[in-house]
Design a protein around this ligand. Structure first.
Ligand code: G3H
Ligand code: ZN
Length: 279
């Protein structure tokens, strides 16, 4: 069933576990993520980023993801990931997304607060949840030229109080698109942020986080864990192997089978680490 982020994070926050969010780009990865969640009987978040909606119009992708969510046997959130403008957030809300992230992390604090609050007001008209970001989770690829900066706990407190977001993304040592699990988590900083905010926290760039850290973080106030690169690697590398093993095969449906299975495996592995009552 389709649910909002706020609904599923409430339990996660209270009972100290994390729910996984996966970046999906089309049918093959989205359905594999939901199948894995159904096998474990756990809620999940299907996330669409700007790359995905540049590839497939948000109205089409949104309709497909919402249909998948509505038919699922577990709670599924359809979430816009890293929306950088109010326009794209509006498009997602109009397309029926049950949750949106407004990412004003590159903006000066006051502007980030102002825009995020405007998104919170807008989303409430659609009954959708809102995630904001304070501090800035950068990118492991230097070509992406990001200005990563750790979250300042007092800024996080101000941001939360002024915007009323349902979830807050924080920068505590992760970077987006790491291909190895090498992130160094700043636990002390996380504790300070937790002490000054009363909101479910979100970890971005979680592909780069060691399994042992994921387990620890999910019991500490991180309630949403965003994973993208890990399942893109599972799909892409398996696809390459399939081409190599079957050089004459051209039927995409046959070629997709093994990559979809591998995505399902990675999703189940990550979900089991993050926990929850049924994992
Ligand atoms: O918002 C998306 C996530 O932060 C994904 O990060 O691709 O490094 O796992 P990742
Ligand atoms: Zn992210």
């Amino acid at each position: 069933m389709l649910v909002t982020l706020k609904e599923i994070l409430k339990e996660a926050y209270k009972n100290k576990y994390a729910i996984a969010g996966f970046n999906v780009y089309g049918y093959e990865d989205a359905i594999s993520v939901v199948k894995a969640s159904e096998k474990l009987n756990l809620p999940v978040i299907l996330m669409t980023n700007v790359d995905a909606i540049n590839h497939m119009p948000i109205k089409i992708l949104g309709k497909m993801l919402i249909e998948i969510a509505e038919k699922a046997k577990v709670p599924v959130v359809v979430h816009l990931d890293h929306g950088k403008t109010i326009e794209v957030v509006k498009k997602a809300l109009e397309a029926g997304f049950s949750s949106v992230m407004y990412d004003g992390s590159a903006l000066p604090l006051e502007e980030n607060i102002r825009n995020t609050k405007a998104v919170v007001d807008l989303a409430s008209k659609y009954g959708a949840s809102v995630e904001g970001e304070i501090g800035s989770v950068g990118y492991s690829d230097p070509a992406l030229n990001s200005n990563a900066s750790y979250t300042d706990p007092s800024e996080a407190q101000l941001f939360f109080e002024k915007t009323g977001v349902d979830a807050l993304a924080v920068a505590i040592g992760t970077l987006h698109r790491m291909t190895e699990q090498e992130a160094v988590i700043q636990y002390e900083l996380l504790e300070q942020i937790e002490a000054m905010t009363h909101v479910p926290l979100v970890l971005h760039g979680s592909t780069g986080v060691k399994d042992s850290d994921l387990k620890k973080l999910s019991s500490k106030g991180i309630c949403k864990v965003n994973i993208g690169t890990a399942i893109r690697m599972a799909f892409g590398h398996t696809m390459r192997d399939e081409f190599n093993k079957n050089p004459l095969e051209f039927d995409r449906i046959k070629l997709f089978k093994e990559p979809m299975k591998q995505v399902e495996q990675v999703v189940m592995h990550k979900m089991r680490i993050l926990g929850g009552e049924n994992a």
